[in-house]
Design a protein around this ligand. Sequence first.
Ligand SMILES: NC(=O)C1=CN([C@@H]2O[C@H](COP(=O)(O)OP(=O)(O)OC[C@H]3O[C@@H](n4cnc5c(N)ncnc54)[C@H](O)[C@@H]3O)[C@@H](O)[C@H]2O)C=CC1
Ligand SMILES: O=C(CO)COP(=O)(O)O
Length: 298
Amino acid sequence: MQKNSVAVIGAGKWGQALHFALGQKQKCYITSRTKRDINNFVDLNTALSCEYLIIAIPAQQIRQWLDEHFEFKGQKILVASKGIEASTGKFLNEIYEEFIPSENLGFISGPSFAAEVIKGLPCALVLNSLNKQIFIEFEKLFPDFIKTYYSDDVIGAEICGAYKNVLAIASGICEGMNLGNNARVSLISRGLVEMQRFGSHFGAKMETFIGLSGAGDLFLTASSELSRNFRVGLGLANNKTLDEILEELGEVAEGVKTSYAINSLNKKHKIYTPIANEVYSILEGKNPKDSLKDLLKD
Ligand SMILES: NC(=O)C1=CN([C@@H]2O[C@H](COP(=O)(O)OP(=O)(O)OC[C@H]3O[C@@H](n4cnc5c(N)ncnc54)[C@H](O)[C@@H]3O)[C@@H](O)[C@H]2O)C=CC1
Ligand SMILES: O=C(CO)COP(=O)(O)O
């Protein structure tokens, strides 16, 4: 293993933004499935031999990628994805822990549109790990324009990062239906309560929901067209099919598959999640106007 070396795995929007950010203080490698014309682009084996890895591939692809490509050699890993595995209902920390010891793992959360990070605009992020040493080591790699906080609430961060994407779809639908500011903010506020209810069932801490990982990322994603998930909602309200929306988007919108995962988890664990239920139903063909009626009377 190459001591003190850093690599990003996945050269999508977020991977490239993190590569830019981490490249400010030290050399930062990047790799992806297809070769890209990016500074310090390397093959996968070179990236995997780095001591510090930041993995930014879509949530639904993680298990297969770890299975087929990853070899644990003591690397320290920061997970940058946000989502829940639809086929199993597993949170990303649970998947990673099947392959990597938890003391080597950290998870990024908080409000962070890649499009702004890649311009060097300021933001604040949380690095979540059960091992504070992971935070101490990764914190030093981040540039001055990003303020990093530590939390040991890994499950809370995972749930917030995943759930807010589903709520951003709901908010986009609300916006696309021209329901007004009162409706959108009511939806976001009740969404925060719902996300906290869901998360506390799995042991997440209250403080995570009112901080950057929870309210912070939810307010950002559920109120801006920079969010891919919000744009999925706009498309659904405008009667586009999901296939059309995703094709136009050309990037991952994690909230779609995550809403399927939440739908299974809330049935299994009997958790009351009315907004996520309506997003799931709309993705399955329900008319958003009927969802609105049901949410208002539920
Ligand atoms: N874009 C953003 O502002 C932020 C994104 N995220 C999260 O980061 C993750 C990645 O998002 P983006 O980079 O924005 O998406 P993207 O759609 O821009 O890129 C996804 C990347 O993953 C790669 N990929 C897809 N399947 C793969 C596989 N089987 N093996 C290896 N690589 C594969 C694609 O080639 C692509 O480079 C998502 O979970 C997202 O929620 C988190 C914070 C901010
Ligand atoms: O997670 C994000 C910002 O924190 C990005 O959200 P979208 O994937 O909806 O664009």
